[in-house]
Ligand binder design. Structure first.
Ligand SMILES: Nc1ncnc2c1ncn2[C@@H]1O[C@H](COP(=O)(O)OP(=O)(O)OP(=O)(O)O)[C@@H](O)[C@H]1O
Ligand SMILES: [Mg+2]
Length: 243
């Protein structure tokens, strides 16, 4: 997919990233189709989070370019990323634990016109009915799954066109994992949001994705249409770095 025909969806072109000048992620190129889910799977320490953090300014952006909606978004400050239509949910530290559910959502709408915030909170409470019954609960008292749903809902407050999700099911119960991975995330993509999903649960992630990228030691080792990934043995070999 070229930059010009990518619509609102994000395109990564030869992105390198790391920490303190040390490169951890090397030359990653991938595109996420509009309204589609692309997943990145790979072993611990492969650099999956670092790639996402490089976009949001939490890791060093060391080379390459990232595009969204035909405009370059490499190295721009996080509030401008949000204005351009990008949202993200980090692997940890995803909500303000001392604030209530409603306050967390309101903060997610800090760039919206003030009059629109309450209506947008109501829309998201409709989308995530589990949160609707706990709007005055402090986020630090939520279960892991409730908290992850809140983090996703908060990221969605500005109605982004693209969403980066870093291990949204980590630490969740099987029921919550099912709700997030098989229900909420596909519904979001069906509503037109381009989703880049980093997941440890490779098989479940691939089942809801259109494209899968395997990252090993900071490089994309293999990229496939998700429906082509039927040979789990091959995937495991790529995962283990044997190919
Ligand atoms: N803040 C940091 N400063 C320096 N090095 C870091 C930092 N965060 C991560 N790293 C290193 O960068 C490499 C990639 O880490 P990263 O967190 O991106 O991997 P990951 O693929 O997301 O792993 P996981 O599946 O465990 O979340 C690792 O070697 C890690 O130790
Ligand atoms: Mg990670």
């Amino acid at each position: 997919m070229s930059v010009s025909d990518a619509g609102e969806a994000p395109v990564f072109d030869s992105v390198s990233a790391g920490y303190g000048g040390h490169e951890v992620v090397h030359d990653v190129s991938l595109a996420v189709g509009q309204g589609q889910i692309a997943c990145i799977v790979g072993p611990n320490g492969a650099g999956k989070s670092t790639l996402l953090r490089a976009i949001t300014g939490d890791a060093q952006f060391l080379g390459g370019r990232v595009w969204l909606g035909g405009e370059e978004i490499s190295r721009i400050p996080s509030n401008r990323l949000i204005k351009r239509g990008l949202a993200w949910v980090p692997q940890v530290d995803d909500v303000f634990t001392t604030l209530t559910v409603r306050e967390n959502l309101e903060l997610g709408g800090f760039l919206l016109p003030r009059k629109g915030v309450a209506a947008r909170v109501d829309e998201l409470l409709d989308t995530f009915p589990l949160l609707a019954g706990m709007t005055s609960r402090v986020a630090g008292r939520l279960s892991g799954g409730e908290r992850k749903l809140l983090a996703i809902a908060r990221a969605l407050m500005p109605a982004p066109s693209a969403l980066l999700l870093d291990e949204p099911t980590a630490g969740l119960s099987p029921e919550m994992t099912g709700l997030v991975l098989q229900n909420q995330i596909p519904r979001l993509s069906a509503s037109g949001v381009a989703i880049l999903l980093v997941e440890q649960r490779a098989l479940e992630a691939i089942a809801v994705s259109s494209r899968v990228h395997v990252m090993v030691s900071g490089v994309i080792r293999a990229s496939r249409e998700a429906h082509e990934v039927t040979d789990w043995d091959e995937l495991a070999r790529v995962f283990l770095g044997e190919q």
